[in-house]
Write a new protein. Structure first.
Length: 255
């Protein structure tokens, strides 16, 4: 990838992040997520502010008021945020558990972009600002399973495992087994691997070319998982498929 194309990709990736972020993001956070040196990130943000795409606010940067009012087009990810809320709310109503949308950042951490929280008194919740390594969570493993083989091989050759619970994936062999399982069934369930006492069931939302746009995750207390384990993944897959169809509609109409 030449430098001009790489710079364009960086700009688009940044605008995608800002288009779905509810909170301002600072230079350090963006530098870590995007794997861009702080000095380069600062210069890029300054350019986007000067051109009116972003604005500086307490806590960092956000999409400018003008862009929010006009509606940043933002590709499939921005389209997803516009149609996801009712589907996520319906999944919460059907399962009684919380629902999250997340994306894989260039540093291979999963970043939340939206959530719909369970009404149960005992439930799973987490700030949208939280990130977690892809290997620790079902959403991340689903995304790793969709990577092109060269990208996946590079990731497996460089990943460093850090345990947060006794069930955290700790070896490349164990991660490869989960990736193969995900590819075979199209979804993945994991529990107590990132936080003790919490489970996640995930499936990918894809664009018309079958590329991942976001991961949809149903999350809740582990003690409630056995009661509905056999049916939960069907509901998650159904909702992910529904959202994949919804974000593909504008492209089909344009064609």
């Amino acid at each position: 990838m030449n430098s001009a194309v790489k710079s364009a990709v960086r700009v688009l990736d940044l605008l995608e992040f800002f288009s779905v972020s509810e909170d301002p993001m600072g230079v350090s956070e963006l530098s870590r997520l995007m794997l861009i040196p702080k000095s380069s990130m600062q210069a890029l943000l300054g350019t986007l502010v000067a051109r009116g795409y972003l604005e500086r606010v307490p806590g960092g940067y956000q999409l400018s008021t003008q862009q929010k009012e006009q509606g940043w087009v933002g590709g499939a990810l921005a389209r997803l945020r516009k149609v996801a809320d009712p589907v996520m709310a319906d999944l919460v109503a059907k399962t009684g558990e919380s629902v999250f949308l997340s994306v894989l950042a260039p540093n291979h951490e999963m970043k939340f972009i939206a959530k719909a929280i369970s009404h149960n008194l005992v439930r799973y919740d987490a700030p949208l600002s939280n990130t977690r390594p892809a290997y620790r969570v079902s959403s991340g493993v689903c995304w790793l399973a969709a990577l092109p083989e060269p990208d996946l091989e590079a990731y497996l050759a460089s990943v460093t495992f850090e345990r947060s619970t006794s069930r955290t994936v700790g070896t490349v062999k164990a991660l490869q087994a989960l990736i193969e399982k995900t590819r075979e069934q199209g979804w993945l369930e994991m529990y107590d691997t990132n936080v003790d006492g919490a489970f996640g069931v995930s499936a990918l939302i894809r664009d018309e070319s079958r590329q991942p746009v976001a991961a949809l995750t149903l999350a809740g207390p582990t003690h409630r998982l056995p009661r509905g384990a056999k049916s939960l993944h069907h509901l998650v897959e159904e909702a992910a498929g529904d959202l994949s169809e919804r974000i593909a509609l504008p492209q089909r109409r344009a064609a």
